[in-house]
Design a protein around this ligand. Structure first.
Ligand code: NAP
Ligand code: G4F
Length: 341
């Protein structure tokens, strides 16, 4: 019988790629959707027609229990979150509730539906749980590159909430014997990346300038460095973690790091434009506390899971510029959720 997966965050970048990957692998895929009139649900219905939808919200414990009871999943992928770091300063409490406490609610839904108590540990047919942890937890890094043993020093309410979810996942594994793991994923991007994140903001900005729809691109800190990979590669690592013999956490990244400035140069070059003629520094886009440098050590994932990234930084940036040029040329508005390449 096909394995059954429940994905929270199905309307997001990773949810879409993970759903496609699991469908390819023969899974029955269910997506948790929230809201009374969430416009992103229509996009999922249109582009992921084989995914079944179930209503629920990471803020609502009862809805998660009902969803798990209805779907009867073999695997749960918890990708739902407030994921935009600047928003976590503006709405710190909401971020803690969704990105942090949402993990507790999802784990509790699995525990209750599986009949697991402190005296009755998880059995062999248990639901396997994946938590979307983040390299933001490393924050002000203590060492470079960062691996599974690098201490955390989060620099935003988002990073703090992710650290809570990370340790809680570990705790449910240790307390109840649950197959509960975290993927500590470094930044990963794609043509489906939200327009608020810097890669997509830059590639959309370049496309608008190239097509004569804009004359400048306003950006914050150009010196921050990130380890950027391709989302399509990273969702494969999520599934591999849940197929492993033992539940363990893994760092997922490329092992390379580039600055925002290098991202900008690569994106403008991909459209044969001179970046210095268009990019404008904007102090308002700098963060109260910055994560200056992220660079993964993905050796454990390579050795134990056989996982490797396949798309290099320049290729990723060129792919995103090309996709945004096509979308805008066709008259689509990527700020609206109607389009999803
Ligand atoms: P994304 O595109 O921002 O998607 C976030 C998802 O969370 C959306 O589907 C959103 O659904 C859902 N969500 C928000 N509030 C919710 C709630 N109250 N209940 C249920 N779902 C809710 O994020 P992404 O880039 O795909 O990332 C997926 C996960 O990986 C996130 O947890 C993120 O923090 C984490 N992560 C991402 C990266 C990266 O570089 N992309 C790196 C490390 C970790 P709505 O349509 O309902 O708003
Ligand atoms: O693209 P970003 O907004 O991503 P950030 O903050 O690294 O977070 C992303 O990756 C995390 C994994 O490490 C995820 F957990 C998280 O959910 C999210 O997906 O910003 C990247 C860098 C920052 O240093 C920021 O200061 O780009 C810099 N930046 C410079 N100008 C800008 C801008 N970021 C944004 N969003 N917009 C700018 O105008």
């Amino acid at each position: 019988m096909a394995r059954r997966a429940l994905i929270t965050g199905i309307t997001g970048q990773d949810g879409s790629y993970l759903a496609e990957h699991l469908l390819d692998q023969g899974y029955d895929v269910w997506g948790l959707v929230r809201g009374q009139a969430n416009p992103r649900v229509a996009r999922v219905r249109r582009l992921l027609q084989d995914v079944q939808l179930v209503r629920g919200d990471l803020l609502d414990q009862g809805s998660l229990i009902s969803a798990v009871e209805r779907v009867q999943p073999d695997e749960v992928y918890n990708l739902g979150a407030i994921s935009f770091v600047p928003m976590s300063w503006e709405q710190a409490e909401l971020t803690a509730e969704v990105t942090g406490m949402g993990v507790l609610r999802m784990l509790e839904a699995i525990r209750v539906c599986s009949g697991i108590t402190s005296s009755r540990a998880a059995g062999s047919g248990q639901i396997r749980f994946y938590q979307a942890s983040s390299s933001e937890m490393f924050g002000q890094v203590r060492e470079t590159p960062q691996n599974e043993r690098t201490p955390f020093h989060p620099r935003s309410p988002y990073g703090v909430a992710k650290a809570y979810g990370h340790f809680l996942t570990q705790n449910y594994r240790e307390s109840y014997g649950m197959f509960a793991v975290s993927g500590i994923l470094f930044n990963h991007e794609s043509p489906r990346r939200g327009a608020e994140f810097v890669t997509r903001k830059v590639t959309l900005g370049v496309a608008r300038i190239k097509l004569g729809l804009a004359s400048e691109l306003r950006l914050g800190n150009l010196e921050a460095r990130r380890d950027w990979g391709y989302a399509g590669d990273y969702v494969q690592a999520m599934r591999l973690m849940l197929q492993a013999g033992t539940p363990e956490d893994y760092v997922i990244g490329t092992g390379h790091t580039q600055s925002v400035r290098e991202l900008v140069i690569a994106a403008f070059e991909a459209a044969q434009l001179d970046w210095e003629s268009y990019v404008v520094g904007d102090q308002a886009l700098h963060r109260p506390a910055e994560v200056d440098l992220l660079c993964a050590d993905p050796k454990k994932a390579r050795v134990q899971l056989g996982w490797e990234p396949t798309v290099a930084f320049e290729e990723l940036v060129a792919m995103m510029v090309e996709s945004d040029l096509k979308l805008l040329s066709e008259g689509a508005d990527p700020e609206q959720d109607s389009s999803w390449p």
